[in-house]
Design a binder for this molecule. Structure first.
Ligand code: ZN
Length: 318
Protein backbone atom coordinates (compact mmCIF):
# COMPACT_ATOMS: atom_id res chain seq x y z
CA UNK A 1 0.00 0.00 0.00
CA UNK A 2 1.41 3.46 -0.95
CA UNK A 3 1.95 6.18 1.64
CA UNK A 4 -0.93 8.09 0.05
CA UNK A 5 -3.29 5.07 0.42
CA UNK A 6 -2.18 4.63 4.04
CA UNK A 7 -2.99 8.27 4.76
CA UNK A 8 -6.35 7.97 3.07
CA UNK A 9 -7.31 4.80 4.96
CA UNK A 10 -6.21 6.37 8.27
CA UNK A 11 -8.35 9.41 7.48
CA UNK A 12 -11.35 7.20 6.63
CA UNK A 13 -10.84 5.18 9.86
CA UNK A 14 -10.69 8.40 11.89
CA UNK A 15 -13.84 9.77 10.23
CA UNK A 16 -15.68 6.48 10.82
CA UNK A 17 -14.63 6.36 14.48
CA UNK A 18 -15.59 10.00 14.98
CA UNK A 19 -19.00 9.44 13.32
CA UNK A 20 -19.60 6.32 15.42
CA UNK A 21 -18.79 8.11 18.66
CA UNK A 22 -21.04 11.07 17.73
CA UNK A 23 -23.83 8.63 16.84
CA UNK A 24 -23.42 6.93 20.20
CA UNK A 25 -23.62 10.15 22.20
CA UNK A 26 -26.74 11.27 20.30
CA UNK A 27 -28.34 7.95 21.10
CA UNK A 28 -27.50 8.36 24.81
CA UNK A 29 -28.90 11.87 25.12
CA UNK A 30 -32.12 10.90 23.36
CA UNK A 31 -32.59 7.68 25.36
CA UNK A 32 -35.52 7.47 27.79
CA UNK A 33 -34.84 8.19 31.45
CA UNK A 34 -35.39 5.34 33.90
CA UNK A 35 -37.10 6.83 36.93
CA UNK A 36 -36.44 4.95 40.14
CA UNK A 37 -39.32 5.28 42.61
CA UNK A 38 -38.95 4.08 46.18
CA UNK A 39 -41.83 2.55 48.12
CA UNK A 40 -42.66 0.54 51.23
CA UNK A 41 -44.92 -2.50 50.74
CA UNK A 42 -48.20 -1.02 51.99
CA UNK A 43 -51.50 -0.54 50.19
CA UNK A 44 -50.74 3.19 50.10
CA UNK A 45 -48.53 2.84 47.00
CA UNK A 46 -51.28 0.88 45.21
CA UNK A 47 -51.47 3.18 42.18
CA UNK A 48 -47.79 2.53 41.43
CA UNK A 49 -48.29 -1.24 41.77
CA UNK A 50 -51.26 -1.30 39.42
CA UNK A 51 -49.45 0.88 36.90
CA UNK A 52 -46.30 -1.23 36.94
CA UNK A 53 -48.30 -4.44 36.84
CA UNK A 54 -50.27 -3.22 33.81
CA UNK A 55 -47.45 -1.67 31.78
CA UNK A 56 -44.32 -3.40 33.05
CA UNK A 57 -42.70 -0.08 33.84
CA UNK A 58 -42.15 0.80 30.15
CA UNK A 59 -43.68 3.85 28.51
CA UNK A 60 -43.08 5.95 25.40
CA UNK A 61 -41.06 8.67 27.15
CA UNK A 62 -39.64 6.97 30.26
CA UNK A 63 -39.27 3.74 32.17
CA UNK A 64 -40.09 3.23 35.84
CA UNK A 65 -38.26 0.97 38.22
CA UNK A 66 -39.98 0.48 41.59
CA UNK A 67 -37.45 0.09 44.41
CA UNK A 68 -38.67 -1.61 47.59
CA UNK A 69 -37.55 -0.46 51.06
CA UNK A 70 -38.42 -1.97 54.43
CA UNK A 71 -38.18 1.19 56.53
CA UNK A 72 -38.92 4.87 56.04
CA UNK A 73 -35.44 6.04 57.14
CA UNK A 74 -33.80 3.79 54.49
CA UNK A 75 -36.13 5.09 51.81
CA UNK A 76 -35.50 8.72 52.80
CA UNK A 77 -31.75 8.18 52.75
CA UNK A 78 -31.97 6.88 49.16
CA UNK A 79 -34.16 9.81 48.15
CA UNK A 80 -31.98 12.39 49.87
CA UNK A 81 -28.80 11.08 48.25
CA UNK A 82 -30.34 10.71 44.78
CA UNK A 83 -30.23 6.90 44.60
CA UNK A 84 -33.90 7.13 43.65
CA UNK A 85 -35.48 10.00 41.74
CA UNK A 86 -38.81 9.80 43.52
CA UNK A 87 -40.86 7.98 46.12
CA UNK A 88 -44.25 7.22 47.48
CA UNK A 89 -43.62 8.51 50.95
CA UNK A 90 -45.21 9.87 54.11
CA UNK A 91 -45.88 13.52 53.39
CA UNK A 92 -44.44 14.68 56.73
CA UNK A 93 -41.12 12.91 56.06
CA UNK A 94 -40.88 14.58 52.67
CA UNK A 95 -41.69 17.98 54.23
CA UNK A 96 -38.97 17.44 56.81
CA UNK A 97 -36.46 16.53 54.05
CA UNK A 98 -37.43 19.75 52.27
CA UNK A 99 -36.71 21.70 55.48
CA UNK A 100 -33.29 20.04 55.62
CA UNK A 101 -32.54 21.37 52.13
CA UNK A 102 -33.40 18.37 49.93
CA UNK A 103 -35.23 19.87 46.98
CA UNK A 104 -38.27 17.62 46.62
CA UNK A 105 -41.59 18.43 45.01
CA UNK A 106 -44.86 16.66 45.78
CA UNK A 107 -46.64 16.14 42.46
CA UNK A 108 -49.66 14.09 43.65
CA UNK A 109 -51.13 12.32 46.65
CA UNK A 110 -50.58 8.58 47.03
CA UNK A 111 -54.12 8.04 48.33
CA UNK A 112 -56.70 9.48 50.73
CA UNK A 113 -57.79 7.96 54.05
CA UNK A 114 -56.57 4.35 54.39
CA UNK A 115 -55.39 4.49 58.02
CA UNK A 116 -57.05 3.04 61.08
CA UNK A 117 -56.28 3.22 64.77
CA UNK A 118 -56.09 -0.33 66.08
CA UNK A 119 -56.21 -1.31 69.73
CA UNK A 120 -56.14 -4.51 71.71
CA UNK A 121 -59.56 -5.83 72.61
CA UNK A 122 -59.55 -4.72 76.24
CA UNK A 123 -59.22 -1.06 75.21
CA UNK A 124 -62.74 0.38 75.15
CA UNK A 125 -61.98 4.06 74.77
CA UNK A 126 -59.06 6.42 74.15
CA UNK A 127 -58.78 7.07 77.91
CA UNK A 128 -57.85 3.39 78.39
CA UNK A 129 -54.62 4.13 76.52
CA UNK A 130 -53.32 6.30 79.38
CA UNK A 131 -50.05 4.78 80.61
CA UNK A 132 -50.05 2.23 77.77
CA UNK A 133 -47.63 1.83 74.85
CA UNK A 134 -48.87 2.89 71.42
CA UNK A 135 -46.91 2.41 68.17
CA UNK A 136 -46.60 4.69 65.16
CA UNK A 137 -44.44 4.12 62.07
CA UNK A 138 -42.53 7.38 62.43
CA UNK A 139 -42.70 10.60 64.41
CA UNK A 140 -43.12 12.44 61.09
CA UNK A 141 -46.26 10.67 59.93
CA UNK A 142 -49.97 11.21 59.45
CA UNK A 143 -50.47 8.28 61.81
CA UNK A 144 -48.84 10.35 64.57
CA UNK A 145 -51.10 13.30 63.70
CA UNK A 146 -54.15 11.01 63.73
CA UNK A 147 -53.12 9.74 67.16
CA UNK A 148 -52.82 13.33 68.37
CA UNK A 149 -56.25 14.20 66.92
CA UNK A 150 -57.82 11.19 68.65
CA UNK A 151 -56.23 12.03 72.01
CA UNK A 152 -57.29 15.70 71.73
CA UNK A 153 -60.85 14.73 70.77
CA UNK A 154 -61.15 12.45 73.81
CA UNK A 155 -59.36 14.75 76.27
CA UNK A 156 -56.16 12.72 76.75
CA UNK A 157 -52.74 14.37 76.84
CA UNK A 158 -50.21 13.09 74.29
CA UNK A 159 -47.61 12.81 77.08
CA UNK A 160 -49.86 10.41 79.00
CA UNK A 161 -49.40 7.72 76.35
CA UNK A 162 -46.07 5.99 75.78
CA UNK A 163 -45.70 6.56 72.02
CA UNK A 164 -43.03 4.46 70.28
CA UNK A 165 -41.83 4.18 66.68
CA UNK A 166 -41.99 0.70 65.12
CA UNK A 167 -41.65 -0.71 61.56
CA UNK A 168 -45.21 -1.29 60.24
CA UNK A 169 -44.77 -5.03 59.64
CA UNK A 170 -43.93 -5.63 63.34
CA UNK A 171 -47.05 -4.02 64.74
CA UNK A 172 -49.64 -6.83 64.44
CA UNK A 173 -47.29 -9.27 66.22
CA UNK A 174 -46.38 -6.69 68.89
CA UNK A 175 -50.10 -6.21 69.61
CA UNK A 176 -50.82 -9.94 69.82
CA UNK A 177 -47.86 -10.34 72.24
CA UNK A 178 -49.16 -7.43 74.38
CA UNK A 179 -45.96 -5.42 73.84
CA UNK A 180 -48.21 -2.58 72.66
CA UNK A 181 -51.86 -1.72 73.34
CA UNK A 182 -52.55 -0.04 70.05
CA UNK A 183 -51.12 1.37 66.85
CA UNK A 184 -51.81 3.57 63.88
CA UNK A 185 -50.28 2.43 60.60
CA UNK A 186 -50.59 2.14 56.86
CA UNK A 187 -52.56 -0.80 55.53
CA UNK A 188 -52.62 -3.82 55.43
CA UNK A 189 -51.13 -3.90 58.94
CA UNK A 190 -54.28 -2.65 60.66
CA UNK A 191 -56.55 -5.11 58.86
CA UNK A 192 -54.14 -7.94 59.77
CA UNK A 193 -54.81 -7.55 63.51
CA UNK A 194 -58.56 -7.45 62.88
CA UNK A 195 -58.42 -10.51 60.65
CA UNK A 196 -56.28 -12.41 63.20
CA UNK A 197 -58.86 -11.43 65.82
CA UNK A 198 -56.09 -9.88 67.94
CA UNK A 199 -57.24 -6.29 67.68
CA UNK A 200 -60.12 -4.02 66.77
CA UNK A 201 -60.65 -0.70 65.04
CA UNK A 202 -60.72 2.02 67.69
CA UNK A 203 -61.07 4.79 65.10
CA UNK A 204 -61.18 5.21 61.33
CA UNK A 205 -58.98 7.99 59.98
CA UNK A 206 -61.95 9.80 58.46
CA UNK A 207 -63.61 10.10 61.94
CA UNK A 208 -60.52 12.00 63.08
CA UNK A 209 -59.46 13.87 59.95
CA UNK A 210 -61.72 13.45 56.88
CA UNK A 211 -59.82 13.05 53.58
CA UNK A 212 -56.56 13.00 55.51
CA UNK A 213 -53.35 13.36 53.53
CA UNK A 214 -50.78 10.69 54.22
CA UNK A 215 -48.52 9.57 51.37
CA UNK A 216 -47.43 11.70 48.45
CA UNK A 217 -45.66 11.01 45.20
CA UNK A 218 -42.52 13.13 45.37
CA UNK A 219 -39.81 13.70 42.79
CA UNK A 220 -36.42 15.32 43.17
CA UNK A 221 -36.70 18.80 41.66
CA UNK A 222 -33.40 18.38 39.77
CA UNK A 223 -35.00 15.45 37.96
CA UNK A 224 -38.17 17.46 37.19
CA UNK A 225 -36.20 20.45 35.88
CA UNK A 226 -34.21 18.37 33.40
CA UNK A 227 -37.10 16.04 32.44
CA UNK A 228 -40.28 18.10 32.04
CA UNK A 229 -41.78 15.88 29.31
CA UNK A 230 -41.11 12.65 31.18
CA UNK A 231 -42.51 14.18 34.39
CA UNK A 232 -45.69 15.22 32.57
CA UNK A 233 -46.10 11.76 31.04
CA UNK A 234 -45.50 10.11 34.41
CA UNK A 235 -48.07 12.23 36.24
CA UNK A 236 -50.64 11.89 33.43
CA UNK A 237 -50.20 8.13 33.51
CA UNK A 238 -50.38 8.09 37.33
CA UNK A 239 -53.71 9.98 37.34
CA UNK A 240 -55.15 7.67 34.67
CA UNK A 241 -54.16 4.61 36.69
CA UNK A 242 -55.44 6.10 39.98
CA UNK A 243 -58.95 6.27 38.49
CA UNK A 244 -58.74 2.60 37.51
CA UNK A 245 -57.33 1.70 40.96
CA UNK A 246 -60.35 3.32 42.61
CA UNK A 247 -62.56 0.72 40.94
CA UNK A 248 -60.75 -1.80 43.19
CA UNK A 249 -61.25 -4.63 40.74
CA UNK A 250 -59.43 -7.94 40.34
CA UNK A 251 -56.58 -6.28 38.41
CA UNK A 252 -55.73 -4.16 41.43
CA UNK A 253 -55.84 -7.20 43.72
CA UNK A 254 -53.58 -9.13 41.31
CA UNK A 255 -51.13 -6.22 41.12
CA UNK A 256 -50.84 -6.10 44.94
CA UNK A 257 -49.79 -9.77 44.86
CA UNK A 258 -46.60 -8.74 43.06
CA UNK A 259 -45.53 -6.27 45.75
CA UNK A 260 -46.88 -7.43 49.12
CA UNK A 261 -47.57 -10.73 50.81
CA UNK A 262 -51.12 -10.38 52.08
CA UNK A 263 -54.11 -12.66 52.44
CA UNK A 264 -57.14 -11.93 50.31
CA UNK A 265 -59.47 -11.30 53.29
CA UNK A 266 -56.99 -8.82 54.79
CA UNK A 267 -56.55 -7.00 51.49
CA UNK A 268 -60.32 -6.83 50.91
CA UNK A 269 -60.74 -5.16 54.31
CA UNK A 270 -57.81 -2.78 53.74
CA UNK A 271 -59.21 -1.70 50.39
CA UNK A 272 -62.51 -0.69 52.03
CA UNK A 273 -60.63 1.91 54.07
CA UNK A 274 -58.68 3.68 51.30
CA UNK A 275 -59.44 5.81 48.27
CA UNK A 276 -57.21 6.32 45.23
CA UNK A 277 -59.06 9.01 43.30
CA UNK A 278 -58.85 12.82 43.49
CA UNK A 279 -55.08 12.87 44.07
CA UNK A 280 -54.45 16.59 43.45
CA UNK A 281 -52.89 18.20 46.51
CA UNK A 282 -55.28 20.90 47.64
CA UNK A 283 -53.99 24.05 49.33
CA UNK A 284 -56.52 24.13 52.20
CA UNK A 285 -55.95 20.47 53.09
CA UNK A 286 -52.18 20.89 52.89
CA UNK A 287 -52.41 23.88 55.19
CA UNK A 288 -54.42 21.82 57.70
CA UNK A 289 -51.60 19.30 57.70
CA UNK A 290 -49.00 22.07 58.02
CA UNK A 291 -50.91 23.48 60.99
CA UNK A 292 -50.86 20.08 62.72
CA UNK A 293 -47.09 19.79 62.19
CA UNK A 294 -46.65 23.20 63.86
CA UNK A 295 -49.13 22.46 66.66
CA UNK A 296 -47.36 19.20 67.52
CA UNK A 297 -43.95 20.92 67.20
CA UNK A 298 -42.77 18.08 64.94
CA UNK A 299 -40.30 20.44 63.24
CA UNK A 300 -39.78 24.14 62.67
CA UNK A 301 -40.92 26.01 59.57
CA UNK A 302 -42.68 23.28 57.57
CA UNK A 303 -42.53 24.23 53.88
CA UNK A 304 -45.29 26.38 52.46
CA UNK A 305 -47.64 24.94 49.85
CA UNK A 306 -45.88 26.99 47.18
CA UNK A 307 -42.45 25.69 48.19
CA UNK A 308 -43.40 22.06 48.46
CA UNK A 309 -46.23 21.30 46.03
CA UNK A 310 -45.92 21.37 42.24
CA UNK A 311 -49.36 20.97 40.64
CA UNK A 312 -48.17 22.01 37.16
CA UNK A 313 -48.23 18.44 35.93
CA UNK A 314 -51.37 17.12 37.61
CA UNK A 315 -53.31 20.18 36.44
CA UNK A 316 -52.42 19.34 32.84
CA UNK A 317 -53.23 15.68 33.43
CA UNK A 318 -56.78 16.10 34.69
ZN1 ZN B 1 -50.13 6.72 53.21
Amino acid sequence: MSKKSWGLSLLITFVLLFTASCGQSTQQTSSKPTIKIGYLPTTHAGVLYLDNYTYGGEYAEYNIELVKFSSWPDLMDALNTGRVEGASVLVELAMKAKVKGIDLKAVALGHKDGNVVISSKEIDSTKDLIGRTFAIPHKYSTQNILLNEMLKKDGVKYEDVNVVEMPPAEMPAALSENRISGYAVAEPFGAMAVQLDKGKVLHQSDDLWPNSYCCVLVLRNDFIQSNHDATQSLVTQYVKTSEIAEQKDQNLVDSFDQYMKVEKEVLDLSLKWISFDGLRIDKDEYNKLRKSVIEMALFDNPPSYEEFVDNTYIDKAM
